[in-house]
Design a protein. Structure first.
Length: 751
């Protein structure tokens, strides 16, 4: 087995170089005057709607697009006068229902903007009618952009409009179906967590205008609040257009399937300097054999009465965290034992999501020393397809702001309910979400499915959570208990992450990438990624931190400071002027996210290009990416947004790209002739959805695997060439890392 290598070198940083060309619609397309007049009438209807409303807020207007829309094709001229201003006015985004997804993006603007939009459309209609007839084409706009045609940019009344504003309004119109006002249609009968659109008016003032008795202590942030059924129904009847998202506050825990065995006769030594994993769950029973390894704190109100059942789930989960390998010899992962800091935030039945949200935030902020958190609580209700759950949004925010990672159970399907989509908080984008498989590596019957927001690939990975054939052995308050559920798959992954981060000293970005990469392998998945994620994680930690003799696996971490973070200096061993390798790469990062942006949730995109270097027509070197990624390439046609998301996972914070080890006919891949100077390169292009600078100084971790197609071990040659090229090469020597960890954890006594 080869050890995994960690390469340390310098990444170059480069600003976005080429300027975007002038706006235009696609070739051979056109915009009709009839369509422009319909958009104008839509805006007049929106103005009439807000004229009748008594609520004193800035108007909301929703733009209904013809497709999933790229940021570059969002409104640039109809409302505000620039892309930046229009982007800043966005307060929500969702998709239409049905097979064909289309964007609905909601803006908050003032009356003046709406009236000017109507006037500008009037001017554009007049100019087109006077100069081009009943429609304007791609060629007409191209002529205008290149000044080969000089139309009179005035209406009949002599009102002027700039050339760029004219073109932007026409291009905006091409991608738009209509304008309107969105209204909430959800029907909730219990306490509800409501997010209202950010109109610039304080929530308390809005509630006061609507005569809703609102208490500030019942808010999560400025726009997300907890309302009773009466308050919610009042808000919905008076101002349904204000409600951006609504979910029930009362969640029912997934009910684990278990049966009791004998009393456990296990013993355990006292803890020493083992790493601590944070556990957020139901209560913990201090009478179990491993209680010395667990610090427990009840976060619920002291007046809440607790039953024996409230201690079962949390105790069983923590038994795997602490001593899972001893209890389940067939799942001995080689990670040893872990201490646990266990926080009880819920009972075994129904609980308040609002209460759990506030508790999680307080817990993490008060326990900065913990890097890995296990959260095996999950809602029995399905996630919404148009917005992230409040619970997941809190987890994503915590992980963006703190150097921590959450492992979240993928939630279970009830026998009596036909629920397929995963439940909160398994829709957390930054967390590592774990589904279950049986010991035959097949999805289990209780597994629930992604996608999240119709796009994000959740769960991330799968692991052994037990099935009817073979269950997971745990320790509960009544002794040995055999269970099945995603709740008992997640703790095994938390153990592996804690080993990688706390003992081996990897960053969370590298640890997450390594776990996901270990699950992918070289074979194509037999099961849907919506059920199994990227694959099943190996049992033993050595199968994650070591690799077969015919593979070279190396890790690189860095920080994105500018648009392009790149290094064109990766030497790949050769054999007879050829490079006999196929490759794969996994990239992970933890972006800031905006729940009020709906389906456009992640604020930062890292677009990865990795592969052999090649010469371009102008003599420059560029990367021939192993997944044929043409995004951002000079002179290339920009892809449709939906295609870029599907093919290249645009806006996803996990990127996994690969070459196939075999041809479509099943034959072994032949070595490729080296290109340019035989070097490979990495380029990570960072893009912002909003104008907030969230991508500046954002960390990333990347794991690359090279497989030698002839089965030859070339790792020493690779190390030698990397050192010659100025890379620092560190082997992940487990014994050495453990010694370093133990030394760093020793308590020094001063005489």
């Amino acid at each position: 087995m080869n050890e995994i290598l960690q390469l340390k070198g310098r990444f170059e940083q480069k600003d976005f170089g080429s300027k975007l060309g002038p706006s235009n619609i696609p070739k051979d397309k056109y915009v009709t005057i009839e369509h422009l007049m319909n958009l104008k009438q839509n805006l007049l209807n929106v103005i009439a709607f807000w004229d009748k409303e008594k609520l004193s807020i800035k108007p909301l207007v929703s733009a209904y697009y013809t497709d999933v829309i790229a940021k570059s094709n969002r409104i640039k001229g109809i409302l505000e006068s620039s892309s930046r201003k229009n982007n800043n006015s966005i307060v929500g985004a969702k998709f239409t229902q049905g097979e064909s997804k289309k964007h609905i993006i909601t803006h908050c603007v003032n009356y003046k903007i709406l009236r000017e939009a109507v006037n500008n459309l009037d001017i554009v209609i007049s100019i087109i009618r006077n100069n081009f007839g009943d429609k304007i084409t791609y060629s007409n706009i191209s002529d205008i952009n290149h000044n080969t045609l000089k139309p009179l940019f005035k209406s009949k009344d002599g009102v002027e409009i700039s050339k760029s504003r004219f073109v932007n309004i026409v291009v905006d119109s091409y991608y738009l179906e209509k304008f309107g006002v969105e209204r909430d249609t959800s029907n909730l009968q219990e306490n509800a967590i409501i997010t209202i659109y950010d109109t610039g008016t304080k929530t308390a003032d809005i509630m006061d205008q609507l005569n809703i008795n609102f208490l500030d202590v019942r808010s999560i942030d400025e726009t997300t609040i907890l309302l009773t059924p009466d308050q919610y129904n009042l808000l919905k009847s008076k101002a349904p257009y204000l409600i951006s998202m609504a979910v029930s506050d009362i969640s029912s825990l997934d009910k684990e399937d278990f049966y009791n065995g004998e009393n456990l006769a296990y013993s355990i030594p006292s803890p020493n300097n083992e790493p601590t994993i944070g556990v957020i769950d139901t209560m913990f029973d201090k009478n179990v054999y491993f209680s010395e390894w667990v610090e427990f704190k009840n976060m619920l109100d002291s007046e809440i009465e607790l039953s024996e059942e409230d201690y079962r789930h949390g105790t069983m989960v923590t038994s795997i965290i602490v001593d899972g390998a001893s209890i389940n010899p067939n799942l001995n992962d080689g990670c040893g034992r872990f201490r646990a800091r266990h926080f009880g935030v819920a009972t075994s039945g129904r609980f308040s999501s609002f209460t759990v949200l506030r508790a999680i935030k307080e817990i993490v902020e008060s326990n900065k020393d913990i890097k890995v958190w296990n959260l095996s609580l999950g809602s029995s209700m399905e996630i919404n397809t148009n917005f992230i759950s409040p619970e997941a949004a809190i987890l994503d925010k915590i992980q963006y702001e703190n150097d921590v990672i959450f492992v979240v159970a993928g939630t279970n399907k009830s026998r009596n309910l036909n629920i397929k989509r995963i439940g909160a908080p398994a829709d957390s984008i930054n967390s590592l979400v774990v589904n279950s498989v049986g010991f035959d590596n097949k999805p289990v019957d209780y597994s629930r499915e992604g996608l999240v927001l119709s796009f994000f690939n959740k769960p991330d990975v799968s692991y052994y959570g037990g099935d009817n054939t073979q269950r997971i052995r745990t320790c509960s308050p009544v002794g040995e208990t055999f269970v099945k559920g995603t709740s008992f798959a997640a703790p095994w992954i938390a153990r592996k992450l804690a080993y990688l981060i706390n003992i081996l000293g990897l960053t969370r970005e590298l640890a997450k990438a390594l776990i996901i990469d270990s699950a992918t392998g070289w074979k194509n998945q037999l099961y849907s990624s919506q059920l199994i994620g990227y694959g099943v994680v190996p049992i033993n930690i050595n199968d994650i931190i070591k690799t077969p003799d015919d593979e070279i696996k190396f890790m690189i971490n860095g920080i994105s400071e500018k648009f392009d973070t790149y290094n064109y200096n990766i030497p790949i061993p050769e054999d007879k002027q050829k490079q006999p390798f196929v490759s794969r790469a996994t990239l992970c990062y933890f972006p800031n996210c905006s729940r009020n942006q709906g389906v456009d949730y992640t604020n930062t995109e890292m677009d990865i290009h990795f592969g052999r270097l090649k010469k371009t027509k102008n003599g420059k070197e560029s990367i021939d990416s192993i997944n044929d990624n043409k995004q951002s390439d000079e002179g290339k046609l920009l892809l449709y947004e939906g295609t870029a998301r599907q093919l290249y996972r645009k806006w996803d914070n996990v990127k996994h790209i690969r070459e196939n080890i075999r041809t479509p006919s099943g034959k072994q891949k032949k070595p490729k002739i080296k290109k340019a100077n035989g070097l490979w390169g990495i380029s990570i292009k960072t893009k912002e959805r909003l104008n907030s600078g969230d991508g500046e100084n954002l960390k990333f971790g990347m794991v690359v695997t090279l497989k030698e197609v002839n089965g030859i071990n070339r790792i020493q040659e690779f190390i030698q060439q990397c050192l010659f090229r100025g890379w620092l090469v560190n082997k992940i020597d487990v014994e050495n890392r453990i010694d370093i960890y133990n030394t760093s954890e020793e308590e020094i006594e001063f005489e």
